[in-house]
Design a protein around this ligand. Sequence first.
Ligand SMILES: C[S@@+](CC[C@H](N)C(=O)[O-])C[C@H]1O[C@@H](n2cnc3c(N)ncnc32)[C@H](O)[C@@H]1O
Length: 198
Amino acid sequence: MPPDSWIPPECFLQSLDWPAIFGNHQPVELELGAGDGGFILAWAVRHPEANFLAVERLLGRARKIAKRARALGLANLRTLRLESGYVVARMCPPNSVTRIHIMFPDPWPKRKHHKNRLIQLDFLEACHRALVPGGTVRFTTDHADYFAAARATWAAAPGWAEEGPWDASDDPPTDFQKVWEAEGRTTYRTIWRTVPPG
Ligand SMILES: C[S@@+](CC[C@H](N)C(=O)[O-])C[C@H]1O[C@@H](n2cnc3c(N)ncnc32)[C@H](O)[C@@H]1O
């Protein structure tokens, strides 16, 4: 029987103890706002040498990820139904995550809603703390304005270096990406790596 990937609410006030959760010391990657999990499930199958945490705040979507993980017999993926900012700032031990995937986060296009966007200075500070030195964030969006705003926020945050886009031609597509690209929308992507604040 594959492990149940669901992290229960009793753990929400505790720091995530990765070796206890996964039963090994493999590197840990997060996907924040994982949706139905199309990307992270395929990525976890492809990378048995790493561990993955799918974070999604909608119950139905998070349940779908956990159900698929069980059907696939994945031992290296866990599912957390919670708010991404809280997970990174309050639950991830410092220097413990190698990579964070943020794929097509909600763009909140109206100016009065920009404050709801995930990419904010305090969120980037929390990501920097959670990542190992040299750890990375992979960010993708179909929204040109959000892409520009996110890059500007990152550029203003201490301790980050932008590496630019990567060759994603062999990456599993996300569920939203399939829809957007079928509609002919452009995907913008870039990697940010932590560097010592200087
Ligand atoms: C546009 S969808 C993209 C989903 C997936 N990454 C994909 O590309 O298919 C954004 C997802 O992020 C989730 N989400 C939005 N804000 C979140 C937050 N603060 N914490 C956790 N999940 C969040 C939404 O519920 C939704 O499933």
